[in-house]
Design a protein around this ligand. Structure first.
Ligand code: AMP
Length: 416
């Protein structure tokens, strides 16, 4: 489903476009409409599924299009950790960039300066607050937080909050909110205590379950952590290490498919490209040649990641990190079909580290990072927490003015 079909506000569509999101992820397709319709939601969805935008987009749409109180907090998002608070505020910074909706991340561990700045925002009113429970209570106890007009409450990673013992804190924060409000509860798992919390908080909720498939065990998953310009030389090196019979290389962008294919052909590899710019006849011819082993290497966009069934693909290379965990699983699932063994190697640039870490979260394990031969020079460290932004699709984001969510204390007032 595309975002326009969901009926989102034009300025939000611009933000979505700037973030590089093309189609809604399954959780987004399923929750955005009920949230727009004013329903309470209980959704089981893990990190990596696109759940953040799934709740941010409809809330911002409603703040933009429905009547709401100025100089008051309109939406409160409670999360377990400061990292998640920062991440959500950053996503909001990108998605809401063309809107006038303001947002602040409120979390513990900062200096006195950030507390004062948070106090200023919370008492003068900011549209959205993303907070950790303890820090919010510290502010609430001082009596200046403008909570009386909150219309939307989100509990994100609610299972983790309960595991961390935040139940009482959450209930205390909620006691400050008006009774009439929309409640959205997101949780990776649904243990019994979550059902109890849901029963207390939610009113006739719509229940959504995003089942995440796992890749087959027999796929050996590995990755190279590189600088972007090292990708093509290293791919050529990998392709030369062994006489692979069939290899698929996935790229998110057509442009990269074209560039890589032309580089590989110049280096005398039997490679062809496949993407939506090709006529259907040509696409079928390329696939036929690949099946018949006239071609060894297929370079493709994600159009090929779902559904095609070609046996004996030995190796899947991800030239870039796919946009979400499901795409990753679909891509690497092209190898190791019918219980054969397969290999999947992902190339992770610095800007993509965070996105890859979200996929690892979804997989529930770390993918082995392979050492890189010395001739390729120094490579970056794998430190996803240090890399701001959601990955390549957000690479334009660094130049954006406006709030710095990492600073925590600065509200993000986007331009009106
Ligand atoms: P989340 O599950 O919210 O942590 O999101 C995981 C990653 O997916 C983040 O890097 C998002 O920027 C990215 N993302 C979210 N929605 C989309 C979408 N519709 N298309 C592509 N990427 C997305």
């Amino acid at each position: 489903m595309n975002f326009r079909e969901l009926g989102l506000e034009e300025r939000l569509l611009e933000g979505i476009d700037a973030m590089g999101y093309e189609t809604a992820t399954p959780v987004q397709s399923q929750v955005i409409q009920p949230i727009l319709a004013g329903k309470d939601i209980i959704a089981s969805a893990q990190t990596g599924t696109g759940k953040t935008a799934a709740f941010l987009l409809p809330i911002v749409h409603k703040i933009l299009t429905e009547q709401h109180a100025a100089n008051h907090i309109n939406a409160l998002i409670i999360v377990p950790t400061r990292e998640l608070a920062i991440q959500i505020a950053e996503t909001m910074e990108g998605l809401g960039y063309f809107t006038d909706v303001s947002c602040i991340a409120v979390y513990g561990g900062g200096d006195g300066g950030s507390f004062i700045a948070e106090k200023k925002a919370l008492s003068s009113g900011v549209d959205m607050v993303v907070c950790t429970p303890g820090r919010m209570i510290a502010h609430l106890n001082m009596g200046y937080v403008k909570m009386q007009q909150v219309k939307y409450l989100v509990l994100d990673e609610a299972d983790r909050m309960l595991d961390m013992g935040f139940n009482d804190d959450i209930m205390k924060i909620i006691s400050f909110l008006p009774k009439q409000r929309q409640n959205l509860l997101f949780s990776a798992t649904m243990p019994q205590k979550m059902r109890e919390l849901a029963r207390k908080l939610l009113h006739q909720p719509v229940e959504i379950n995003i089942a995440v498939s796992k890749p087959p065990e027999q796929i050996v998953q590995e990755a190279f952590v590189v600088y972007e310009p090292q990708k093509i030389p290293l791919i050529k090196y990998v392709l030369n290490t062994k006489e692979f019979t069939r290899v698929i290389i996935f790229c998110s962008k057509k442009q990269n498919v074209k560039q890589l294919t032309s580089d590989l052909k110049r280096a005398k590899f039997l490679a062809e490209e496949i993407h939506s710019d090709l006529l259907q006849d040509k696409r079928e011819q390329v696939l036929q040649d690949f099946r018949n082993r006239k071609l060894r290497i297929l370079v493709a966009t994600d159009i090929l990641s779902r559904g095609i069934d070609i046996e004996e693909i030995e190796l899947v290379i991800n030239y870039d990190v796919p946009n979400d965990g499901e795409d990753y699983i679909h891509r690497i699932g092209r190898t190791a079909r019918a219980a054969t063994k397969g290999n999947a190697i992902t190339f992770i640039s610095e800007a993509e580290q965070r996105k890859f870490a979200a996929i690892e979260d979804l997989l529930g394990k770390q993918v082995v990072k392979l050492p890189i031969p010395e001739q390729f020079g120094p490579t970056p460290e794998y430190a996803p927490k240090l890399h701001k932004g959601g990955g390549a699709r957000r690479s334009g984001g660094g130049a954006r003015p406006g709030g710095n969510a990492r600073g925590g204390a600065r509200p993000i007032h986007n331009k009106r």
